[in-house]
Design a protein around this ligand. Structure first.
Ligand SMILES: *Cc1c(COP(=O)(O)O)cnc(C)c1O
Length: 495
C-alpha cells in the first residue's frame, strides 16, 4: 500500500509526502493526513534487534514512499547523531514499577528535538525532489520548546530562513534564554505581547493569506511550518512508540502481542496523535492516556465530546502545555468521523465562530481508546516530589503531569497493563518548579542560576547542552504586538 496524503477538509485531492512537508498546511487550512495506514509489516521480534536509526528508517519509509532509501537514510543519519547525549536516542527507563520513555536527550532538552532534528533534512530533501528554487521561510509559533528546537534544527541550513514567535509572558526564563541566544544568520526570534494561542492563530492567518503568499512568491520565498501541523514532524514521532514497545519486548517485560498503554503529557495533541498512528499501524496499544494540566480542554473533550475553548488560558509550571486550541486534534476528528471532511469543516467553523463544538455519538464512541485526565499545579508538584522521594528519580513539570494523571488512572481503573509514561523534558529545563517541588528553598530569583543549584541538590550532572546558557550573548530582543506580525515578517524578508 502506497501512502499519500489528503487535507482533513477536502478528501478529493491527494498529495505526495514531500509536497506536504514543504507546504506544511493545506491550502484550504486543513491538515494533511495519510490516505491510509500501512501495517508495520514485520513481527516485533524482528524490530526488537534494530537500533533507533534502523527502526526510524523502517517505520518512516512506510509514510514517506517518495523518498529514496538513500535520501531517508541520509536524513536519519544527520538527525540522530551525537547531538543526542544518549546513544539510545530515546532510552526507556524503569523506576519502581513505572516506565519512562526519556525523549529529552537532544540539543534543547525537550522531546521536540526528536522531530525537529530531522525535519530540516526532510524539508531540504523534499525541496530538492520537487525542484523548488525558492527560499523556504519557516514560520513558527511556540509555547516554549518548539521554538528553540526548530531554531536549533534550522540554524545554518542553506536555503531556509526561520522566524519564531513566542508569547513574552508565556514561556519560562530558560526557554526564552535558549531562544534569544540562538546563533545563525538565518534565525529570527520575536516576542509578542499575548499568549500562545494568539501567536498560533496569527501564524495560521498569515499562512492562509493568499495575497501575502503571492507577494512572497514574487520575491522568491515560500512559507513552510515547523509546528506539529507539519507531517514531517508527526511521522518521526511515531518511531519512538514502536521503539518503546520493541524495547519492552526485548527486555522480557511483556509477552508478544501484549497490549500496553502510553501516558502522554499533551498540549497541541501532536505527540499523542503520533501514538495513535503507531497504534493504527499495528503496535499493540490499548489505552492512550491524555494528560493535561489545568488548561484541561482535552480532558473535557474526551469525557463529554464537547470541545470548548471559551475559558481563560492559565499560565502553569508546564508552559509547553498551556494551550486551549490543540491543532492536531483535527486529525483525530478526521479519523473518528470516518474521513468525513464536511463534518470536519463544520466542526472547525463552529470552533472559529463560537469557540465550541460537539461531536456526534458515533464519533464519541470511537474516542474510547483515549482516557483524559488532568493535573492541577499542586498535583504536578506532588508528583515530582513523589518520584524524587520514592523512585529517586527527578522529573520535570510536564512529565509530572503525565505521571500524576497515570497514577490517577491506575487508582480509578485498576488497569494494571504495562504503561509507558512519555517523558517530554529534562528537569534541568524547569529547575525552579522542580526545586520547589522537592521541598528545597529557592533563594535566587534568576532561574538560570538554579540550574547549578538543582545539580547540587540532586547530585546529577548539568546536561551539556544547557551548561553555558547564562554566558551566551542575547542576539534577539524584539517585542511586538500581535497585529505587527505580518509587517515584521515583511521586514525580515525585505518583501
Ligand atoms: C510540546 C510539549 C508538550 C506537548 O506536546 P504536544 O505534541 O503539543 O501535545 C509536552 N511537554 C513538553 C516538554 C513539550 O515541549
Amino acid at each position: 500500500m502506497q501512502v499519500n496524503y489528503k487535507s482533513t477538509r477536502d478528501n478529493q485531492k491527494e498529495y505526495k509526502s514531500s509536497y506536504c512537508i514543504v507546504s506544511g498546511i493545506a491550502e484550504d487550512g486543513g491538515l494533511y493526513v495519510p490516505t491510509g495506514f500501512p501495517h508495520i509489516g514485520k513481527p516485533f521480534p524482528d524490530l526488537m534487534t534494530m537500533d533507533y536509526r534502523e527502526l526510524a528508517f523502517y517505520v518512516m519509509s512506510k509514510f514517506l514512499p517518495d523518498f529514496s532509501k538513500r535520501e531517508l537514510k541520509n536524513c536519519i543519519a544527520k538527525a540522530y547523531d551525537d547531538k543526542f547525549s544518549s546513544k539510545e536516542i530515546a532510552p526507556l527507563v524503569k523506576r519502581g514499577p513505572y516506565y519512562f520513555l526519556e525523549l529529552f536527550h537532544g540539543p534543547t532538552l525537550a522531546f521536540k528535538d526528536m522531530a525537529l532534528s530531522i525535519l530540516p533534512h526532510l524539508l531540504k530533501t523534499s525541496v530538492k525532489k520537487l525542484d523548488i528554487r525558492k527560499k523556504i521561510v519557516i514560520l513558527t509559533a511556540t509555547s516554549g520548546d518548539t521554538g528553540k528546537a526548530a531554531l536549533e534544527g534550522f540554524s545554518g541550513i542553506e536555503g531556509t530562513e526561520i522566524i519564531v514567535f513566542y508569547p513574552k509572558e508565556g514561556v519560562s526564563k530558560i526557554q526564552e534564554r535558549q531562544m534569544v541566544t540562538q546563533q545563525g544568520p538565518n534565525t529570527h526570534v520575536i516576542a509578542i505581547a499575548g499568549n500562545f494561542d494568539d501567536a498560533q492563530a496569527k501564524v495560521k492567518e498569515v499562512f492562509a493569506d493568499k495575497g501575502f503568499r503571492g507577494k512572497l512568491a514574487l520575491n522568491g520565498c515560500i512559507f513552510s511550518s515547523a509546528n506539529s501541523i507539519n507531517i514531517g514532524r508527526l511521522i518521526p514521532q511515531i518511531v519512538y512508540y514502536v521503539y518503546a514497545y520493541a524495547k519492552l519486548l526485548g527486555r522480557g517485560e511483556i509477552r508478544g502481542g501484549e497490549k500496553i498503554n502510553f501516558t502522554v503529557p499533551t498540549g497541541n495533541f501532536g505527540n499523542i496523535l503520533a501514538a495513535y498512528y503507531a497504534k493504527k499501524i499495528g503496535t499493540p496499544i490499548n489505552k492512550l492516556i491524555c494528560a493535561s494540566n489545568i488548561n484541561n480542554v482535552l480532558y473535557d473533550f474526551i469525557n463529554t465530546g464537547v470541545y470548548d475553548k471559551n475559558r481563560d488560558l492559565i499560565l502553569t509550571s508546564s508552559p509547553s502545555m498551556d494551550i486551549l486550541v490543540s491543532s492536531n486534534l483535527e486529525r483525530l476528528l478526521y479519523e473518528i468521523s470516518g474521513n468525513n471532511s464536511s463534518i470536519i469543516k463544520d466542526l472547525i467553523n463552529r470552533l472559529n465562530s463560537k469557540g465550541r463544538y460537539e461531536i456526534n455519538k458515533e464519533m464519541k464512541k470511537k474516542l474510547s481508546s483515549f482516557y483524559g485526565g488532568y493535573s492541577t499545579e499542586e498535583d504536578t508538584l506532588d508528583a515530582i516530589r513523589f518520584a524524587y522521594d520514592n523512585l529517586n528519580y527527578l522529573i520535570d513539570t510536564h512529565t509530572a503531569v503525565g505521571f500524576d494523571v497515570y497514577r490517577k488512572y491506575l487508582e480509578e481503573t485498576k488497569d494494571n497493563s504495562k504503561n509507558v509514561i512519555v517523558s517530554t523534558a529534562s528537569p534541568f529545563k524547569f529547575p525552579a518548579s522542580v526545586i520547589e517541588a522537592i521541598g528545597r528553598k529557592i533563594e535566587a530569583k534568576d532561574e538560570i542560576t538554579l540550574i547549578d543549584k538543582l545539580s547540587e541538590i540532586s547530585k546529577t550532572k548539568v546536561p551539556e547542552n544547557i551548561k553555558d546558557i547564562g554566558k551566551k550573548p542575547v542576539l534577539h530582543n524584539k517585542v511586538i504586538q500581535k497585529e505587527g506580525m505580518k509587517q515584521i515578517i515583511s521586514d525580515i524578508l525585505s518583501v
